[in-house]
Structure formats: C-alpha cells, structure tokens
Design a protein around this ligand. Structure first.
Ligand code: ZN
Length: 286
C-alpha cells in the first residue's frame, strides 16, 4: 500500500492515481490521515479487501502532495547512525543510539519551498519509519509489526544553531519551519523487496552528494524501535528519522551549504523521491 496526502486528505495510490480514502470507504474512514493511524489494523484490513475500479481516483499532482503524516505527536531522530558519517563528523560509531527530536512543527511535504533562516543550512537524507500500532517496551523481534510504513525524509540542519553552546544542542537547529520534508508516500513494507536494505541518496542541484544503503545503519529500524520505546511509548503516526549517510555539506572542503538557487532531491529505492527548494524570504509550505 502507498498512502499520500493530497491537499489535506488521505489517498491511496492505485495504478498511479490517488483514490480518496474517505470517499472510497463511504465515510468509514475520515480524510484526516492522523485519524487513520489511530485505527491502523482496521484500516489495513479494509484496504486489503477494497477493490477499486481500474480507473478509480485522480491523477497525482505532485505540487498538491503534503506530508504523509502531517501532525505527528513525536518526531525522533538519530545522529551518527552510519559509520562513514560518524567518521566524517569526527566521532567513533556510538555504542547506543544518539536520539534527539525534530519538533513536529518542522514537518512539511515532498515538494516544499523552505525558508533559509541562516547561511549554514545543510542536507541529511534519511529513511523515516512511521509508527502504526502504539507500543511501549517493544521487543526488537516485534518492531516491524508496529511500523505502518516507510517514507523519505530530509533532516535539514542549520549548523550554526545546531553547534551553538557547550555542549551543543541538536534539536532547535533542526526544527525551523520546513526542516522536516517527508514523502512522497508512506509505503508499507510488503511493497519493498527488503525493507532493511534500500538504496538511499540525495543530490544538490544535480550533483549526487550522498549515496548508501540502509543496511549500513549501525542501529536498524527494529533496534531503534526497541531502544526508543524502552523509554518513550510510541504513538500512531510518530516518526523516526533514522540517521544520514556520509556526504553532508559542512564536512566538505570547503563546506557547502544550501542556497535559494539549489534544488535538493532525496531518494530511497522503492519509496520515491522528494524535492526541496529554498528561499530567503518566507517559504511556502504546501
Ligand atoms: Zn540526521
């Protein structure tokens, strides 16, 4: 199953067309995606039994797509989760997941224009896991069953704010409006050959700057679900940004940061790609 948000309404992709969930279910499910995550098992059962007409739905207009999860209650993010990125940042691979938050107001969609709040805004393409079924102290072996699906994310980071202070604090520099682009779709794991091994990459204005595979993560999605939920109960619609591969801009020589002339394209195999553009005056948030 591939779920998208068109405007602010949840839709199911079918033959590349968007089928409105509230209309197709005759009101059984609401158009607000957040209400569907609360009834995830019931919703997936309905989707399994639903047979749309071959021409059901509307053509997908990319500029109308919003974030698949528009209002998550908790957004976890993980630092230094790929060994080459830990090395380029000057650290040895961590023994435990390094978890911070992207405050939820930073979430935006897959075709966003993001205002640059400073001169050191950097890219970090990341696989994002979306929680379907709530859980506390979830065993690693049961973790995938709590994940609704996966999507593409960018952990945009203003490095000056991120590194401000001793010790530095991560969360504010990664939470400006628009700093959490996600999409284009929430893809359930049955659509993917191996959800633990997907090619992940991003390009800045046509130049590939990051490319890896998610199997290179130090802490896999099931390990992160287990370790985070050992402390925080996970709620339907929560996001986990799972860390970025090597190739961020502030570790280049000289450092390279995003400008209003750049287009950032972030891709994950089997899920799709998101495009982010930038402005210095007032971003547009679809
Ligand atoms: Zn990150």
């Amino acid at each position: 199953m591939r779920l998208v948000t068109v405007g602010d309404r949840l839709a199911l992709l079918h033959n590349g067309r968007a089928v409105d969930v509230a209309a197709a279910s005759e009101g059984r499910f609401e158009s607000d995606p957040m209400t569907v995550f609360e009834r995830w098992a019931e919703f997936t059962a309905w989707v399994s039994a639903y047979v749309p007409a071959p021409d059901a739905g509307e053509p997908v207009e990319v500029h109308r797509l919003g974030p698949p999860v528009p209002r998550p209650r908790q957004v976890f993010a993980v630092a230094l989760n790929y060994p080459p990125h830990a090395a380029e940042a000057g650290y040895r691979p961590p023994d435990d997941p390094l978890v911070f938050t992207k405050f939820p107001t930073c979430v935006t969609g897959p075709d966003a224009v993001v205002e640059l709040p400073g001169e050191k805004v950097d890219w970090e393409v990341e696989l994002v896991a979306v929680i379907g079924t709530a859980g506390h102290r979830i065993p690693q072996e049961e973790a995938w069953a709590h994940v609704a699906g996966l999507t593409v994310g960018q952990d945009l980071s203003e490095r000056a704010v991120q590194m401000l202070g001793t010790p530095p604090q991560f969360s504010l520099g990664k939470s400006f409006p628009g700093f959490g682009p996600t999409g284009p779709a929430l893809v359930t794991t049955d659509e993917l050959a191996d959800p633990d091994d997907l090619e992940i990459s991003c390009s800045v204005s046509g130049t590939v700057v990051q490319r890896s595979r998610t199997k290179e993560m130090i802490f896999s999605v099931p390990v992160l679900v287990a370790r985070i939920s050992a402390v925080c109960p996970l709620l339907p619609g929560d996001l986990i940004f799972t860390g970025t591969p090597a190739g961020v801009g502030n570790r280049m020589n000289p450092p390279r940061y995003l400008t209003p002339d750049d287009e950032l394209v972030s891709r994950i195999e089997g899920i799709g790609e998101i495009r982010t553009r930038f402005s210095t005056t007032g971003g547009v948030r679809p």
